[in-house]
Design a protein around this ligand. Structure first.
Ligand code: ADP
Length: 206
C-alpha cells in the first residue's frame, strides 16, 4: 500500500526543507511546479493553446515558453490568468494523476505531494493525510526576505496574497512546527516517519 501525503504551507514556511528530509528518508516527491513546467514544454498541447490565446510574444526564440513574459501578461489581469489556468490546470492534473497511479502500481511506500496550492486546487483528495508546515509570521517574513532578496513590502505582499495559515491548519491532519532550528524540524519529521512505519506494521498484522 502506498501512503500519499500532501505537503503544504505558506510561502517560505519550510515545505521544500521538509520535502528534502522526506526524500532523504526514501519518499518519492511529486513536485507540482515540476509538473507545471513539463506541461508547457515546447510543442506541447498546452503551449500550442497558450500561443493561440496570447500570441508568439510569449515564446522565446527557441519556441520554449517565456515564463516572465506570460507572468507579466497575467499580472493584475484576472481574465488572462483564468485563461491560462483553464488551459494548464486540467493537463497538470492529468499528468499528476498518471504519475501517482504509476507510483502506486510500482508499490512505492511513501509518496509526498509537494503542491504549494494543495488545498486551493483540491489536491487533498489524493492524499491519505495532509501535513501543514507552520511558521510564525515574523519568522516567515524574514526567511522570505532573505531567500528571495525581497524588500519587506514585497515579502508582505507575497504572504498576504495567499490563503491564511489559520485556514490551512483547519485542513491539516498533522502539523510540523518550523519555528525552531532545522534540527528541531528534522526531529519532527523523524517522529512522523516512525509513526507511519508503526501504523504500517500494525496494519499488516490485522
Ligand atoms: P518553502 O518551500 O515553503 O517556500 P523553504 O523550505 O524554501 O520554504 O524555506 C524558506 C527559507 O527558510 C529557505 O531559505 C530555508 O533554507 C530557510 N529555512 C527553512 N526552515 C528553516 C529553519 N528551521 N531554520 C532556519 N531556516 C530555515
Amino acid at each position: 500500500m502506498t501512503r500519499v501525503i500532501g505537503l503544504t504551507g505558506g510561502i517560505a514556511s519550510g515545505k521544500s526543507t521538509v520535502a528534502a528530509l522526506l526524500r532523504q528518508a526514501g519518499a518519492v516527491i511529486l513536485d507540482a511546479d515540476q509538473v507545471a513546467r513539463a506541461v508547457v514544454a515546447p510543442n506541447s498541447e498546452a503551449l500550442t493553446r497558450l500561443t493561440k490565446a496570447f500570441g508568439e510574444q510569449i515564446l522565446n526564440p527557441d519556441r520554449s515558453l517565456n515564463r516572465q513574459q506570460l507572468g507579466r501578461l497575467i499580472f493584475n489581469d484576472p481574465e488572462a490568468r483564468r485563461v491560462v489556468d483553464e488551459i494548464t490546470h486540467p493537463l497538470i492534473r492529468q499528468v499528476f494523476e498518471a504519475s501517482l497511479a504509476g507510483l502506486k502500481r510500482a508499490g512505492v511506500p511513501l509518496v509526498v505531494l509537494d503542491v504549494p496550492l494543495l488545498l486551493e486546487a483540491g489536491y487533498q483528495r489524493y492524499c491519505d493525510q495532509v501535513v501543514v508546515v507552520k511558521v510564525d509570521p515574523l519568522t516567515q517574513l524574514s526567511r522570505l526576505m532573505e531567500r528571495n532578496h525581497y524588500s519587506r513590502r514585497e515579502a508582505e505582499q507575497r504572504i498576504q496574497s495567499q490563503m491564511p495559515l489559520a485556514e490551512k491548519l483547519i485542513h491539516a491532519d498533522l502539523v510540523i512546527d518550523n519555528d525552531g532550528t532545522k534540527e528541531e524540524t528534522a526531529a519532527q519529521v523523524d517522529h512522523l516517519l516512525a509513526k507511519w512505519h508503526l501504523d504500517d506494521n500494525l496494519h499488516s498484522m490485522v
